[in-house]
Design a protein around this ligand. Sequence first.
Ligand code: SF4
Length: 706
Amino acid sequence: MSDASGEVRTTCPYCGVGCGVIATRAADGSVAVRGDPQHPANFGRLCSKGSALAETLDLDGRLLFPEVGGQRVSWEVALDAVATGLRDTLTAHGPEAVALYVSGQLLTEDYYVANKLVKGFIGTANIDTNSRLCMSSSVAGHKRAFGTDTVPGSYEDLEAADLIVLVGSNLAWCHPVLYQRILAARAARNGRPRLVVIDPRRTASCDQADQHLAIAPGTDSILFDGLLVHLHRQDCIDLDYVEAHTEGYLAALRAARAHAGSVPDVARACGLPGEAVAEFFAAFARTAKVVTVYSQGVNQSSCGTDKVNAILNCHLASGRIGKPGMGPFSVTGQPNAMGGREVGGLANQLAAHMDFAADDVARVQRFWAAPVIAERPGLKAVDMFRAVAEGRIKAIWVIGTNPVVSLPDADAVRAALHACPLVIVSDAVADTDTVACAHIRLPAATWGEKDGTVTNSERCISRQRAFLPLPGAAQPDWWILCEVARRLGFGAAFDYAGPAGIFAEHAALSAFENDPAGRVRDFDIGACAGLDAPAYDALTPFRWPQPAGGAGIGRFFAEGGFYTGDNRARFVALGPRAPVYAPDAAYPLVLNTGRVRDHWHTLTRTGKSARLSAHAPEPYAEIHPLDAALFGIVDDALVRVSSRWGEAVVRAKLAREQRPGSVFVPMHWGSPQASRGRIDAVVNPATDPHSGQPESKHTPVRIAPW
Ligand code: SF4
């Protein structure tokens, strides 16, 4: 939607806050970017990354033309090579030998087409996304408790709360505009909401906090089980809500009491002072309006799903869900992690929040008129690349992501790709560790050049609009996927004129064969099923669900209505589960990976901005001064961080904010920017059994001068 001034309303391509951006292109081609005052996520605010977007639009380093075997070719030749390679693999080895690994950077329309092609036409569910690394434990936790992957609340609840519990999230750096909204609310409401941060590290999010609990890594579910017991003892259980809308409370309480029966027990297990635990429990118990915000520190764990359910148990038990200022709130890392969940971008989902239940499989097959359909979940990210290494997957198409930098045990991922008979990579960037492994390279359009929609952490769907011409031969991902589908003989089902038609089809599927009793599905955007191109172009941000002819729902579950067979939420009885790999004499420290304030993912965009790069110009290891003294590390020197899986060389930063026994290293750097700084080569590949999310916050390592 471009107005007379040439301003285009779009959304930021970085984090899951999903801020609205206004881009203006001048006659000389230069672009200016500012926050969109009308967008409900940010009301005009932008963080340092969003503000610097205009500095990242040059074509340096772009992949601009298709390549096969390292030679520049036409699109016809490249697409024929992709289709021939996939067809030959399917003929010789069947659909399970093919996989797609995609990205939370994709727009919903790209995601929808990729999922439809793989699950409905190739006939395998081997499509997974880097969102697996970001929030799949939240998805699994939501499904266990609510029956669906539904975020109950909205950003307004964070401003209306009287207490925000921030767990495993450096919101100040990773979701800055949301953090700014909280600070603005505190300024306007005399310090409300109060802020408790639960994180092994003292991060920037602690600067304004009323309390910081520097919890021992991996013990969050013990803390929240202890909270459940405390709420019970203090008579803070909402018995009316529990009896009317839930199942399994007593079993969950019994399980919690077995290992988190008293404040001293909890404090000991979590490595916290007893008074601090008691203070946090008392604050939660006496405050009605509590929002618990959680992110990768909870999700990226081999017991991430249990941690999520420990949090949900407390909110269900106290009835603090779905009401203004109350509820559990998972913030997603990526700009369209949520959109990917909606179309079935995860290997264990189908489409439109449907899964592999027989009814859903049949419904989706009817809607797509699909010749085949995947009937069971496919391989999740870590298992997918393991299958590549073992030769079970013989053709993989990586779209818009850089797994040789971002997946755990990243050296093994690189070796797997080098051994794979067919590696296709679609990317906007020419020089990444993953593109270097590709036999076929396809130039993809990127932010500012492509059109579609994204969904942010509060279920708000917004348009991302193009304001730049397609450079070189670059094309949008949906177009590339449709051209391959056409060559595989599926042209009629992929005959889209543009993203508007794809979005309308996606919306129609969300309402297809709705419950005859009239119950709206959680993800129902049937109101958009008939959108034509002009209406799609003019689409303003809206929160799902938006059923045809009906009103949306602002918040879910205040009056129950869960998407389980009996409409009742499920408490989950939990036991303590330690991280898979414990520190020992050889690897005595715990590595925790994460992000820095001014960079995003593997630096392919933020690395272009000098002012963003100035904040953290190179990879580093933050280590407590006492640990540094123990291991002979001096500030600012290069150090080798090594584990059983690999090693990286980074700069040491002595920081008292770091919990003794832990090391923090950011995950952004790959070989092109820092030849030895690829920290995911060090990270262990253990995953959560429910979600498949890797344990990126807990790898035993040692550290030594380089
Ligand atoms: Fe972009 Fe996130 Fe910053 Fe908003 S908070 S401007 S979405 S990076």
